[in-house]
Design a protein around this ligand. Structure first.
Ligand SMILES: *[C@@H]1O[C@H](CO)[C@@H](O)[C@H](O)[C@H]1NC(C)=O
Ligand SMILES: *[C@@H]1O[C@H](CO)[C@@H](O)[C@H](O)[C@H]1NC(C)=O
Length: 375
């Protein structure tokens, strides 16, 4: 799949700077519409100490605020507004973990900010993971950094040079698998690192790459979209069949970005966008990633028999493809002189159209998460 170079570079740059330091039941949560909602967000840009500078849109000078006032209305049911006290009660003595990339972190921080308004958590983070405990109910929220959810290394392997990320498509992340039995709920959220330069390894052999492939190696067997599907299958299969894992695993689908891709202005830019779209702009890459992930999810559920019931899909791709207004755009820092408009040549200013403002639409992922856990 040919991807616009500028798009890749902006996503890669963002991801690198942020490296650390479906529904079941009676109603498909992914089908619905955004409706205006006059109620205030569950926290503000100043009431949560965890909001990252780059995602604190209001504090960074974003002039409009309307993006905070929309709620997702599924076609066939109501999606209740998140109730922090009820959530903590439901999760009494339990552990909820987020594993994945910086979008997983974005959702985890949104959840912590919402819960923070009713109980101040204790920070027990260490090198391996970010860990917070709500003492009132002994609820633990964890985040594990694992951008491919797979074993990876930078050591030379075959034709793939030292320093380039090697992603082992058939080997799940070891740390994640070790910790898994201690989790009651795990949210898996990833995909964006499949646009970063890497080599894909299957059965010990280099089978493909992204933004890297030596001409003399001939045709690659797998591109980044295939690799994303393989990774989803490997990880979900490992989770479903893991002995002693009695919890549920929720796969959050690919988070749509709103960069310009392929040709000029197809897919758009998020700068200056103040309202959700009525209709999503079709984007070949996002559609392909989403379809691949859903197909992989269904395949694993089918092949896992009874264990497959531990796996749930939280399909956020389509609802959030409409939220072109929900990203920081140019409001990622405090610099009063930052560019916030397109230049005379029509080029957008430096912008983040991948992560989500806090507060903002990502808070609604947690409404969906709460609903998905209860089903
Ligand atoms: C939480 O604790 C870790 C480890 O001590 C520390 O690095 C991190 O800055 C703390 N986070 C916050 C928001 O206080
Ligand atoms: C957490 O709760 C326990 C018992 O309810 C209490 O003894 C302890 O002091 C609390 N810890 C903090 C840091 O609030």
């Amino acid at each position: 799949m040919a991807l616009n170079h500028r798009y890749i570079m902006s996503v890669v740059a963002l991801l690198l700077t942020l490296e650390p330091t479906h529904a079941q039941g009676s109603c498909d949560l992914s089908r619905g519409r955004w409706v205006p909602d006059s109620s205030a967000p569950l926290y503000t840009s100043s009431s949560c100490p965890l909001i990252k500078r780059a995602e604190n849109c209001q504090a960074n000078g974003r002039p409009d605020k309307g993006y905070e006032n929309w709620r997702w209305k599924p076609e066939r049911c109501a999606l209740p507004r998140f109730d922090a006290r009820r959530f903590l009660k439901l999760m009494r003595g339990k552990t909820l973990a987020f594993a994945g990339d910086s979008i997983a972190q974005n959702q985890m921080e949104s959840l912590l900010c919402i819960l923070w308004q009713v109980d101040t958590p204790i920070n027990l983070s260490d090198r391996r993971m970010s860990r917070w405990i709500f003492n009132s109910t002994s609820t633990t929220i964890i985040r594990i950094w694992s951008p491919w959810l797979l074993h990876n290394s930078k050591e030379a392997l075959g034709i793939a040079p030292d320093g380039l990320s090697k992603v082992f498509l058939d080997v799940p992340d070891k740390t994640l698998m070790e910790l898994l039995p201690s989790f009651d709920v795990i949210v898996l959220s990833f995909g964006h690192w499949f646009v970063t330069p890497s080599a894909y390894i299957l059965n010990g052999k280099v089978v493909g790459g992204q933004s890297w492939w030596p001409l003399q190696a001939g045709k690659m067997q797998m591109n980044n979209i295939d690799a994303f599907g393989a990774s989803t299958e490997t990880c979900l299969t490992a989770v479903a069949t893991k002995p002693n894992f009695k919890g549920i695993a929720i796969l959050s689908t690919y988070s749509p970005d709103h960069y310009e891709r392929a040709t000029w202005n197809v897919g758009g830019s998020c700068t200056g966008k103040v309202k959700p779209l009525d209709k999503a702009v079709r984007d070949g890459f996002i559609d392909a990633m989403h379809e691949k992930q859903v197909a992989s999810f269904r395949k694993v559920v089918k092949n896992s028999g009874k264990q497959g019931s531990k796996l749930k899909l939280m399909s956020i791709t389509k609802p959030f493809a409409l939220r072109v207004d929900g990203h920081p755009g140019p409001y990622t820092n405090l610099d009063p002189n930052k560019m916030t408009q397109r230049g005379p040549d029509g080029r957008p200013p430096p912008q983040d159209c991948l992560h989500w403002c806090m507060p903002g639409p990502i808070d609604k992922w947690n409404d969906m998460l709460f609903e998905t856990i209860q089903r």
